[in-house]
Design a protein around this ligand. Structure first.
Ligand code: ACO
Length: 324
């Protein structure tokens, strides 16, 4: 059978750092309040002349370099983002041009914070057709542009960044022992679309309603419940049990959601990759950034079994089990 193996990864965070103390000078909040409720201490913010494509480009370059393949060999580029540079063309085609991937197709994929798991699931399906051999999947966001910096309930939560994986088709055995994506599943439920949304500069907005709007408690409740259920369902379909997972790489929304999900799953905290403290919530970029950091730190090693799990606006959610 054909499996999608992770050939390389890369991530990029903009240079500018905004700490909780910096935010406390902008709105009525404190480092202590933010840290206690979310585990976040700081976030990275794109400079005025940096767009989502620029962040994606930096992460893609590193992924390409670590994979040892040439950009011209790519068949497809999938860019998960909810903060594209423009309404059109897609940010993916801009990145395609920047990296010089002349032979590939490229498109954006929009599933907000679940975008990267949606991207991996889509890329995996393309690879399993046998037609596509090398796919670049990127999660890249500039949430600093869609945050109302006067709204203390949301501006404390997000940051900018990008992460990328290169997937490659490999002839493999139909079991959980060889490297590659073992099982992946995505879901959504649009009845909750009004719990977390951003009208942005779309045709339906008015000037006062351009930025992120969130019902934090509802998001919290559904994030824990839906991430737990999809992890259990993907485990069941893979035939693996939770004790076989070496590392859990969840969407980095906030530490309390992460802790509560792990507790419900009875999963040990020391096996969770946590970067939310330093990066805050970078939406579709959070999982590839967290995983790339853990690879570079030497925590995640070849052969390890990894569970990725995400939850975001929509609501959308998903989980992927892979052997690195
Ligand atoms: N600093 C100080 N006080 C604040 C702040 C702040 N930054 N924000 C809100 N408050 C106040 C509120 O005004 C309220 O005051 P009141 O009691 O006088 O009315 C009080 O704190 C409690 O507000 P709540 O919103 O009820 O606070 P809660 O304990 O629910 O924590 C939080 C808020 C952290 C947003 C929580 O609901 C949460 O973690 N939700 C999940 C949201 C999330 O992570 N979203 C990310 C995007 S979705 C995703 O990626 C999955």
């Amino acid at each position: 059978m054909i499996k999608s193996i992770i050939k390389g990864s890369g991530s990029y965070l903009p240079e500018k750092v905004l700490t909780n103390h910096d935010i406390a000078k902008m709105v009525d909040t404190s480092h202590e309040w933010i840290f206690e409720r979310t585990g976040i201490t700081q976030r990275h913010i794109a400079s005025d002349n940096q767009f989502t494509s620029d962040l994606a480009y930096e992460a893609a370059l590193k992924a390409i370099e670590s994979s040892g393949i040439h950009a011209n060999e790519l068949d497809l580029i999938l860019l998960a983002t909810s903060t594209p540079d423009q309404v059109f063309p897609s940010t993916a085609v801009k990145v395609q041009h920047m990296i010089g991937a002349k032979e590939s197709a490229a498109f954006d994929l929009h599933a907000v914070c679940s975008g990267f798991v949606y991207g991996l699931t889509t890329a995996n399906a393309f690879i399993k057709t046998g037609e596509y051999k090398k796919i670049l999947v990127i999660g890249a966001e500039t949430y600093s542009r869609i945050i109302n910096w006067k709204d203390r309930s949301t501006c404390i939560l997000f940051g900018d960044g990008a992460g990328a994986f290169i997937l490659e088709a490999a002839e493999s055995t139909d079991d959980n022992l060889s490297a590659g994506i073992l099982k992946t599943r995505i879901k959504s439920d649009g009845q909750y679309a009004d719990k977390l949304y951003c009208n942005g500069s779309s045709s339906s907005n008015d000037e006062d309603d351009r930025y992120i709007q969130m019902n934090g408690r509802e998001v919290y409740k559904h994030a824990v419940e839906k991430q737990t259920s999809i992890v259990n369902s993907v485990l069941l379909s893979s035939g693996l049990t939770i004790d076989k997972i070496d590392w859990f790489v969840p969407h980095q929304a906030n530490l309390r959601i992460l802790d509560a999900t792990a507790k419900k799953l009875n999963f040990p905290k020391e096996k969770i990759i946590i970067t939310v403290g330093e990066h805050a919530n970078t939406s579709s970029a959070s999982i590839p950034i967290a995983m790339d950091c853990a690879i570079k730190d030497g925590k995640i090693k070849r052969g390890d079994v990894i569970m990725l799990v995400s939850f975001g606006s929509g609501f959308t959610w998903g989980a992927t089990i892979l052997r690195y």
